[in-house]
Design a protein around this ligand. Structure first.
Ligand code: PLP
Length: 368
């Protein structure tokens, strides 16, 4: 991937919007990347809009579809969305939109009958994530997309955690808009995609030049786009491996921790989950303290999402699932990839009981 990016920093520094030869060379690189992304998603290259990140794609999808349907004022989403969706919906609520945040059950699952009841003639957009970034729980998105289409509303899915981990074929899907983020599939940070199904009405979010066929103004992050194209090509090749090797490593890690660490419990639906994510609570100890000790041993994990780590609020996702405060506070998430090794997993398995036992000794909530 780096090899593909290097010339764009050194020799090929033209602006793709320029008429000269340098510009043309870059334009071809972007076209190739668009094709590579489209192949992974199973869509037409013209349906791909490059953005700066997943957050921008989510914002553009929500604001753009609402602006294009001024007579519909209702949005349906879930309580467990990433802040890139939730914060936008809540802000729109302050501007007179009616926003329904669907609840989830203890395993993080949605009630589809309840969702169906909520979709009415006022509904402009239903936006529901494909897979949750904290628990890895996967929603039945194709089923939801069909339900929303039958009811005549638009459907957006935040697939930032999904692309490259679950095979998608948008040509056969009823999804209208889909967001992805480069760094979740090993491309660099600072590039994302919004897929917009042909014929979907969307007002541009960024105004200015004619880039991205007038749908997203602003000079392109060419090295990021080229790397994302390559990342999509590699993801398509490695999907099977991601599903098998990574799932094996995740399960080995998860089972060992659940067996060896007192007070450990798994969060989220065990069946319908991404292959790479596990979210475990350790009652009466602090997730942050576990992370710091893991970090000392050279193991990087997170509590909540990377974006909310550092805040003392327990995860809104786990709270929505009804996980008790004491357990939500002590939750950590491991996310693995095809670049992790079995040695790394074994090392973490060895360290985790030591860490948990030490913190439990210090916990004021556990009486000896
Ligand atoms: N949506 C989900 C589900 C995510 O996990 C993230 C980031 O972790 C985002 C959106 C935001 O993506 P980005 O960091 O590219 O803005």
């Amino acid at each position: 991937m780096l090899e593909e990016m290097k010339p764009l920093f050194c020799e090929l520094y033209g602006n793709p919007s320029s008429m000269h030869t340098f510009g043309g060379q870059i334009g071809r690189k972007i076209r190739k990347a668009r094709q590579q992304v489209a192949e992974l998603l199973g869509c037409d290259p013209s349906e791909i809009i490059f953005t700066s990140c997943g957050t921008e794609s989510d914002n553009a999808a929500i604001r753009g579809t609402l602006a294009a349907q001024p007579d519909r004022r209702k949005i349906i989403t879930t309580r467990v969305e990433h802040p890139a969706v939730l914060a936008v919906c809540r802000e729109l609520e302050n501007h007179g939109y009616s926003v329904v945040e669907m609840a989830v059950d203890k395993q993080g699952r949605l009630d589809l009958a309840e969702l169906e009841e909520q979709i009415d003639d006022e509904t402009a957009l239903v936006t529901i994530m494909y897979a949750n970034n904290e628990t890895g729980v996967v929603f039945p998105i194709e089923k939801i997309a069909r339900m929303v289409a039958e009811k005549g509303a638009l459907f957006h899915t935040d697939a930032v955690q999904t692309v490259g981990k679950i095979a998608l074929d948008l040509s056969k899907s009823r999804i209208d808009l889909l967001s992805l983020s480069g760094h979740k599939l090993h491309a660099p940070k600072g590039v994302g995609v919004l897929y917009v199904r042909k014929g979907t009405r969307l007002s541009p979010f960024m105004l200015g030049g004619h880039q991205e066929a007038g749908r997203r103004a602003g000079t392109e992050n060419v090295p990021g786009i080229v790397a994302l194209g390559k990342a999509c090509e590699l993801a398509a090749k490695n999907l099977e491996e991601e599903n098998n090797k990574v799932r094996y490593l995740r399960d080995k890690l998860e089972n060992a921790i659940l067996e060896s660490c007192p007070g450990a419990m798994l969060n989220g639906d065990k069946e319908n989950r991404l292959p790479n994510t596990t979210n475990i609570s350790f009652e009466y100890i602090e997730g942050e303290a576990i992370l710091l000790m893991l970090d000392k041993f050279g193991v990087c994990a997170s509590s909540g999402s990377a974006c909310t780590s550092g805040s003392l609020e327990p995860s809104h996702v786990l709270r929505a699932m009804g996980i008790p405060f004491t357990a939500a506070h002590g939750s950590i998430r491991f996310s693995l990839s095809r670049y992790n090794t079995e040695e790394e997993v074994d090392y973490t398995i060895e360290k985790m009981p030591q860490i948990v036992n030490k913190l439990r000794e210090l916990s004021p909530f556990i009486t000896k």
